[in-house]
Design a protein around this ligand. Structure first.
Ligand SMILES: NC(=O)c1ccc[n+]([C@@H]2O[C@H](COP(=O)([O-])OP(=O)(O)OC[C@H]3O[C@@H](n4cnc5c(N)ncnc54)[C@H](OP(=O)(O)O)[C@@H]3O)[C@@H](O)[C@H]2O)c1
Length: 308
């Protein structure tokens, strides 16, 4: 029997990469769902369902009528500062909606895969294994941890939490950009930029994250899985490496501490993941940062016309 994989947030960065990887997969029947209309580059037709995950009746209706074997739940309020400024909205989208989806998943016996984040940690001592104890610093981090706990304590027969870090890539019509695209554009414009030198991360190519999620889905595994890129760096180093790769002048970068940016949400200083479990149990093999930038460069140069 083929897997029937339902994706939430199919217009988002990860959602679009999942759709691209699965739409022609003979082992998979794809059910894409997103807020409003389908914004993926090639229309999905009747494989797309409009679904606002904060509406419990719609969640139930779509899941009961499509009966997925697997749900990859990517949709979320992903802007960390917006979450900090509007905790009720963050709770509705990241916690309550996850509860609605999990309840419906239980009704149809689906394998539930929840996307989570390094921001469930306080960043005191990364890189983290899957067993490390979460301790979020922000409203967003708390909301994703609550989502994780809903999934883990749900009584679902099969579930997975896929944690990731700074996802980058290109896709059409995204509602928000990502740090790599921001850095590339800002450096090309040549205006001075301020970049933090005290936050350490392992950035993740969206295609690699999609591949990791699909490996979880096809193996039907339960548990927490770290799915990030393999290379650790500060955000300052990240921006410099983007600049060097795309041959931009990096002298316009001013290194600053997080306290100088005045962002509403606190960020963990040092995250990063130990990837041994994902490599061993899933065969996950993410690309180096420069290999990821090469993928992005090819896509930006392709004739598909990526607007963002
Ligand atoms: N991006 C990162 O750096 C990062 C890091 C760690 C973890 N994660 C996690 O990874 C997952 C995927 O992230 P991403 O980079 O693909 O994020 P993204 O590009 O911001 O996509 C999120 C998608 O969720 C959709 N969405 C939000 N609220 C919704 C609602 N009420 N109903 C239906 N759809 C809704 C958005 O719809 P619209 O397009 O209409 O706005 C958007 O398409 C998220 O769960 C996120 O928490 C991301």
């Amino acid at each position: 029997m083929p897997l029937r994989i339902l994706i939430t947030g199919s217009n988002g960065l990860l959602g679009q990469k999942l759709v691209a990887a699965l739409r022609n997969d003979p082992e998979v029947e794809l059910i894409a769902t997103g807020r409003g209309g389908d914004r993926t580059p090639q229309a999905l037709g009747d494989r797309y369902h409009t679904l606002d995950i904060t509406e419990p009746d719609s969640v139930r209706e779509v899941i009961i009528s499509t009966r997925p074997t697997t749900i990859i739940h990517t949709a979320a309020m992903t802007n960390v500062d917006a979450c900090e400024l509007d905790p009720p909205a963050c709770h509705r989208q990241n916690v309550q909606a996850t509860q609605y989806l999990v309840e419906a998943a239980k009704d149809v016996g689906a394998h539930f895969i929840f996307l989570s984040t390094d921001f469930v940690f306080d960043g005191a001592q990364g890189p983290y294994t899957e067993e490390a104890l979460p301790s979020p610093l922000s409203v967003y981090g708390h909301s994703k941890l609550e989502g994780e706990l809903i999934v883990m304590n749900s009584g679902l027969e099969k579930w997975a939490v896929a944690r990731t870090i700074i996802v980058y890539g290109v896709a059409p019509g995204l509602s928000r950009s990502n740090v790599v695209l921001w850095a590339k554009d800002a450096l090309e414009k040549g205006a001075p930029i301020r970049v933090v030198n005290d936050q350490w991360r392992m950035p993740t190519l969206a295609e690699d994250l999609a591949d990791g999620c699909i490996r979880i889905a096809k193996r039907g595994v339960t548990g927490i899985f770290n799915l990030s890129g393999p290379d650790g760096m500060t955000i300052l180093e990240l921006v410099e490496r983007v600049g060097h790769f795309f041959r931009s002048d990096t002298r316009i970068i001013e290194a600053v501490g997080s306290d100088q940016l005045g962002q509403p949400a606190r960020r963990p200083p040092r995250t990063g993941f130990v990837l041994d479990k994902a490599r061993r149990e899933l065969g996950y093999s993410p690309r180096t940062f420069e290999e990821g930038l090469a993928v992005l460069k090819t896509q930006l140069g392709s004739s598909e016309g990526v607007d963002r």
